[in-house]
Design a protein around this ligand. Sequence first.
Ligand code: ZN
Length: 461
Amino acid sequence: MSAVERALAEAEALVPEALRRLADYVRLPAVSSDPERAADVRRMAELAAHDLRAAGLAGVEVLEVPDALPCVRAERQVAAEAPTVLVYGHFDQQPFDPALWDSPPNQLTERDGRLYGRGAADDLGGWLSQLVAFRGWEAAGGPPVNLRYLLEGEEEIGSPNLGRYMDAFPDAFAADVMVLTDCDNPSTEVPGLTVSLRGLLEVEVSLRALAGKVHSGLWGGALPDVSVGLCKLIGGLVDEGGRLAGLEQPVDAAWRESVAGLSPSDEDLRRDAGLLPGVSGLDPGGRPRVEWMWRQPHLTVVATTLPSPERAANVLLPEATARLSVRLAPEQDADEAFAFLRRRCEELAPFGLEVRVERRLAAEGWSYAAEGPAFDAAARAYERAFGRPLVKIGVGGSIPFIALFAERFPDTPLVLNGVMDPRTSAHGPNESLDKELFRKVVRANVLLLDELARVADDLRR
Ligand SMILES: [Zn+2]
């Protein structure tokens, strides 16, 4: 039996024990957005450090910078001439409301081959799949490459201090290849490699009409209503199909072909996103639906100052504001998109209302060719593990840590994988990890180190 076959067999045998350990991780409500849970995030860091040490990794340390939640580092040096692979994951969780869950969010619960619990897939199961692969290699005599692990405790709040960790601990990040395990797969059968992210532009638009509130019975009919004006303005930004008009990006036919079969059907949208039986998804207009999710901009109204039921009154308001969140296409220029939106809002402001448009935040997207020996190695590893070719996919959201790695390490291949699938419901209620997918990703992780070792000379330039 070759070393890689032994590592695969050992890792496979460790999966049931690892999934029991996952229950211990899920039990800690390590919610990074909640200052009252900071102690749980720290406890989770200690638990992760403990398990990395127990697995045989060296230099295990809980890292700190001031006014931030911790990171954890670890490494395993096998040979100076071997390439170094950095594995990234995170151990913090999104907040949760137990009332919306079918089982307690902090109690890992199995139903139909899936393990339900907050963080089970995002991202406790993600980095755990890497740790199991490592342990498989250790049991088979040691991994074929040098490894570093870097686990973050603030991913779910947008990695606000990861750049400071990169500055304070540069050796903890130094690597020839980075494997960032916190991403999605198109299905439990098809492995995914994430190659693009959408950007994010947040715009606030305000309409003003009056110096103060006035009675709608007395003045309605003579004065403009800013609430109606705001609804008309927002309605004018989208086309008949419900999509942001005027900012569409060109997408080539080859890309469309490469994602054939990956788009969710209306039935998938009902099952995975809770779309109601009488409602259909937005009409994709003959294009792959994933194009609209990954490669085109989209507008969402995320906040307004429209009257709420608790504040209902027969008055005309002086001012109304909406916060518009625009997911930008991966290559879209945020400044140009903002200039366009400002002009459109000014044109669309009805009834002669005063209009003000401000940019709140902008983050550009990211698009990656994902070509070269590291990606060829990943493609071989995944195809061997899944029996299906690796598919390049996009992410509709904006993931700050990926943008940060891409900016800080522009010449290092970033392999973005993970244990999530369309049913995972990361960040939502009933988050879950598919056990069979976890097993396949563990296999892929074992094989990836073998494949990377085979192209060592090309990786270490
Ligand atoms: Zn995550």
